[in-house]
Each structure stands twice: as C-alpha cells, then as structure tokens.
Design a protein around this ligand. Structure first.
Ligand SMILES: Cc1cc2nc3c(=O)[nH]c(=O)nc-3n(C[C@H](O)[C@H](O)[C@H](O)COP(=O)(O)O)c2cc1C
Length: 328
C-alpha cells in the first residue's frame, strides 16, 4: 500500500500542475555592485553542513524509495550529487523500516560514498510505535549523516488513509534527538515552519519546506479525486512562504535549509543572503530526470550553479560567508 501510493505520487508530480503559491523570492532584491571588485574565476561556493563538505550549498531534497523506479531515481540523483559535491535526502524510509527487503531502494553509498546523505521518516510515525530505534534503523539503512523528521499534517488529513494523530510530537521529537547517533533535522514538506514551532524543538537543524513550490494538498487531491481534490484545491496555497520561514528561523543559529519553490541559482543566492546555510530542491529534479535522465540532471545542476555564481559576482561576494546577511 505504501509503495503504490509512493508511485502514484511520483506520477502525479510529473504529470500534474502541483505547484502553488509564491515562495517570495521575487520580492527580495539583492544589492547590485556596478564594480564587483572581484575576479569571477576566483569565486568559491564550498561550505560545510553537519560536518560534511559541500562543493555547492544545494541539497537534493527527499523524494523517493521503496520501489524499483525509486531505486533508479535515487541512484541517478546520488550520482549527480556525488559529481557536483551536493547533499541529498532519500524519501520516507517507512517502507524500508517495515520491510527490510526494500532497503536497497534507498541505498546510494555505492555511487556516492561521501556525500552528505540525509535519512527521512515522518515525525507522525512516533505516534505509531516508532521510537529512536526505528530512527536509528533508517540512519543505518543508508549510512546517513543526519535524519530528517518531516511533518505533513495537511497531506495526511487529505489522504483518506492518512495518519492524523499529531498530538504530543514536540516531546517525542525532542526525546528521539537525545537518543539517536546523528543530527536531527525538523523538515517541512511545503507548508513551512514558523518560529513558534521551531523554538519548541531541541533539534540540530531545520529544512523549512515552505509554501511556494510543490503543494502536497494538490498532489494528494489529484491522486484521490472527488472530495479530496476539492479540499486539496482549497488549501493549495496554504502555509508560510519559504522566504518568510527563513526570516523567522535564521535567528535560532541552527543549521537552516531553505526549500519549497527554490527554482534557480538566483533564488538560492537570495535564500543564503537572507540567512539560510543551504537550499533544497525537489520537484524540478524529478521532472528533469524523467525527461532527460542523468544528463538532464547534470544540465539542470550546471545551470543552477552558474546562476548562483553570477549572482555572487554581481553582489561582489567571493564566498558563501560573504553572502550571509546581504539582505534583511
Ligand atoms: C515526488 C516528491 C516526493 C516527496 N517525498 C517526500 C518524502 O518522502 N519525505 C519528505 O520529507 N519530503 C518529501 N517531499 C518534499 C520535498 O522534500 C520538498 O520538501 C518539497 O517538495 C518542496 O520542494 P520543491 O518545491 O522544490 O518541490 C517530496 C517531494 C516530491 C516532489
């Protein structure tokens, strides 16, 4: 059941118009320097996240696992992450935790031995008998450097078979973090995270998953049809724009990943200038892979990095550190 749902999600995300809202990058203006006082060829984009070096501050966001198709997608994404020195998350590992024979569909260390790799589980599973043990199992399964616990209350209420008991999760997340061996990231999936929630959590980082990109309300609505689709449409633009999430969370001094509607290297520079440590992209990579395979992924990432460096050049920023705080 989990597997066929995951496959439907991939198909829906590729075929339907599942994006909604405005992440807010259009209203952020970077300060232009008529004289960058910088040699373009000397620009450095490397950074560190959870003690791992990235050549470029982009995380391929958590998307898939659990099926044969998922396995080839994960391997392709990891191949490109390895080539460009990016980070990567795998899709929710619940299917693999419950059925060990599916573990290989998430495993990518053979093609990406030392990338920053992020395990993934739904936080709501902590209300369904999951403890730090299942979390550790997800980490071990893929030899991850960190664990993301995602929250998708909107998606779960729209799914007829969804897990809708979101009570007591603050304390459960905080206690898992004390007992697992790797850093814990609290992750949104498209509705965003605000300061009031983030400040209750004793985690190591946040991946905002803000509004303005993939809408799980639309994905679930398209998949289910009928009433779910109507409710899904109503809540399509629900949530907090990615830019607003970054502004709210940057003061916490925790690792901060900006995701949700990041669609160019220019958006990415804006996110870092606002205070994010890295950005995450999901949907465009899935679509590019579907159309053009690994070489499509390479072209996409290459374009993204060029745009990022052009914006660094025009703002006179020689490295990632120089970008921080460039805009309010
Ligand atoms: C096909 C697909 C599957 C996803 N599956 C997961 C998942 O299993 N776990 C998770 O935390 N987020 C999942 N996400 C959410 C993404 O990781 C990301 O936070 C979100 O899509 C916003 O980024 P985007 O606008 O670039 O797509 C998925 C997204 C897509 C497009």
């Amino acid at each position: 059941l989990i597997n066929s749902r995951k496959l439907d999600h991939l198909k829906t995300c590729i075929e339907e118009d599942v994006e909604a809202g405005d992440a807010g990058f259009g209203s952020v203006r970077l300060p232009h320097k008529a004289l960058p006082e910088l040699d373009y060829s000397s620009i450095q984009t490397d950074t560190k996240l959870f003690k791992k070096k990235l050549n470029f501050p982009l995380i391929i966001e958590s998307m898939t696992g659990g099926t044969g198709e998922a396995e080839s997608i994960n391997k392709a994404l990891a191949t490109v992450a390895h080539e460009y020195g990016l980070g990567m998350g795998v899709g929710s590992q619940r299917a693999g935790v419950e059925d060990g024979s599916l573990a290989h569909t998430y495993q990518v260390r053979d093609v990406a031995p030392d990338i920053l790799l992020i395990a993934n589980l739904g936080a709501v599973q902590l209300n369904h008998n999951y403890t730090h043990k299942e979390c550790e199992k997800a980490i071990d399964m893929i030899q991850a450097d960190a664990l993301a616990l995602h929250v998708n209350p909107l998606q779960e209420v729209i799914q007829p078979e969804g897990d809708t008991d979101f009570s007591s999760l603050v304390s459960r997340i905080n206690s898992v973090r004390k007992r697992v061996s790797k850093p814990v990231i609290f992750k949104g999936v498209g509705e965003g995270i605000t300061l009031d929630t983030a400040s209750k959590l004793d985690v190591d980082g946040f991946d905002v998953g803000g509004m303005g990109g993939t809408s799980w309300s639309l994905v679930e609505g398209y998949r289910e049809g009928g009433l779910a689709r109507e409710v899904g449409m109503t809540f399509a633009g629900w949530g907090v724009p990615t830019v607003e999430c970054v502004r709210q969370l940057r003061g916490l001094k925790k690792t901060l990943i900006a995701s949700g509607g990041v669609r160019s290297g220019l958006d990415a520079v804006k996110a870092v200038a606002l205070g994010a440590d890295a950005v995450g992209v999901a949907l465009p990579l899935l679509r590019v892979f579907d159309r053009g395979g690994v070489s499509g992924l390479r072209d996409y990432v290459g374009r993204f990095i060029t745009e990022f460096k052009v914006a660094m050049f025009l703002t006179g920023s020689k490295d990632i550190r120089a970008l921080k705080g460039l805009v309010e």
